[in-house]
Design a protein around this ligand. Structure first.
Ligand code: FMN
Length: 338
């Protein structure tokens, strides 16, 4: 029997697939099915900084009997009812999810700035979260804001959450850093126990008939895995924190590639929306078959074997790959395609 058991964020897990933050886990029945299918842990959907700000302003509004400026100040935010759960409902759901299964349940806190809202990390810990995944999506749209300032803001946020709780904190990162290895090391210094590579952004689409900019959500495809593999392979062996991959993990091959790149954990969301929760079990059994055929006894013997520090030629991870890929492209391939 192949050994799949591992540790992630100091938690003992029974396998390499965690259910990433998705509304699929907003039903206890689904949560039980995830555990039965072999999910090693589940990350709940996020509580958002904006939502928490909205809730506390609504409370202030109740207390001060409402002002015009309060209503105006909320115009730019989604309505409170647009969020799926209030924080109280979230915490109660977290307690019930913990009681329903024996695999770890991670809470997700989603925001960009330090502020009063991060005290909810403590509430999540008290409600039983085994760890907290901090989703730190900040988009630079202000030309006066430097990347150094944004990075400092992120480090302060991570440091503040890590100080607020005893449970481990992982950071779901954007891949848009000029020096990701440096940033990863600073996040480790700030107290993060794991990095989740990478947050997936949902750029709005443009409707040229109505001249509207519309939010869109497409599920991922396995092609999105490549930048994640690339960065996991570069970071592997240079940090004392865990690496997880989210984004484009759909099949056994995708999980195996991720582990070989150096990830200690993979996460799935889109694949479960597309193929159903039981897909986890099929992926695990495909992996088992592949590993047994090659006489591996532990999945983890493959870990990092394709990382930058393990391969004899590191040029595929560097500029060399870019040059080779472009210069080896033959025009005949394009002609053949027509
Ligand atoms: C419908 C849907 C809702 C999601 N909600 C959240 C969320 O609340 N918080 C979060 O950090 N990620 C959220 N995600 C992102 C996923 O957790 C995951 O990181 C991303 O979809 C990439 O993984 P995938 O390729 O397996 O889908 C959501 C994804 C989907 C498809």
């Amino acid at each position: 029997m192949i050994d799949f058991s591992t540790h992630y964020l100091g938690l003992k897990l029974n396998g390499p697939i965690v259910v990433s933050s998705t509304p699929l886990s907003e039903s206890l029945d689904n949560i039980r099915r995830m555990e039965d299918s072999g999910a090693a842990a589940i990350v709940l959907t996020s509580l958002f900084e904006e939502q928490l700000a909205l809730e506390s302003r609504a409370l202030d509004e109740d207390l001060s009997r409402g002002t015009e400026s309060f209503a105006e100040s909320l115009d730019y935010l989604p309505e409170q009812s647009d969020y799926r759960m209030t924080h109280e409902v979230y915490l109660e759901y977290l307690r019930r999810a913990k009681a329903a299964v024996s695999i770890p349940i991670l809470a997700s806190l989603n925001g960009a700035t330090t502020g009063g809202w991060i005290r909810f990390a403590k509430d999540m810990e008290e409600a039983g979260a085994d760890a907290i995944e901090l989703n730190t999506y900040a988009l630079a749209t202000d030309r006066s804001q430097t990347s150094a300032e944004l990075e400092l803001q992120l480090l302060e946020l991570v440091g503040a959450v890590c100080q607020a709780v005893k449970v481990p904190v992982s950071v779901k990162l954007s891949q848009s850093f000029t020096s990701l290895p440096h940033m990863a090391a600073r996040l480790e210094d700030a107290g993060a126990r794991g990095l989740v590579l990478f947050n997936r952004f949902y750029q709005p689409d443009f409707d040229i008939e109505t001249l509207e900019v519309r939010p869109t959500l497409h599920f991922s495809t396995p092609s999105e895995l490549l930048p994640r593999l690339h960065w996991a392979a570069i970071l592997y062996g240079h940090l004392n924190i865990d690496l997880a991959i989210t984004g484009g993990v759909h099949s056994a091959e995708d999980v195996l590639k991720s582990i070989m790149a150096g990830a200690g954990m993979t996460m799935m969301a889109s694949a479960l929306h597309i193929h159903g929760i039981e897909h986890i079990g099929r992926v695990l059994s495909d992996m088992r078959y592949w590993l047994e055929k090659r006489e591996y006894t532990s999945l983890w013997d493959t870990r990092g074997c394709l990382s930058r520090r393990s391969v004899p030629d590191t040029s595929p991870f560097d500029r060399g790959n870019y040059i080779k890929t472009l210069s080896s492209y033959s025009l005949r391939q394009t002609v053949a395609a027509f």
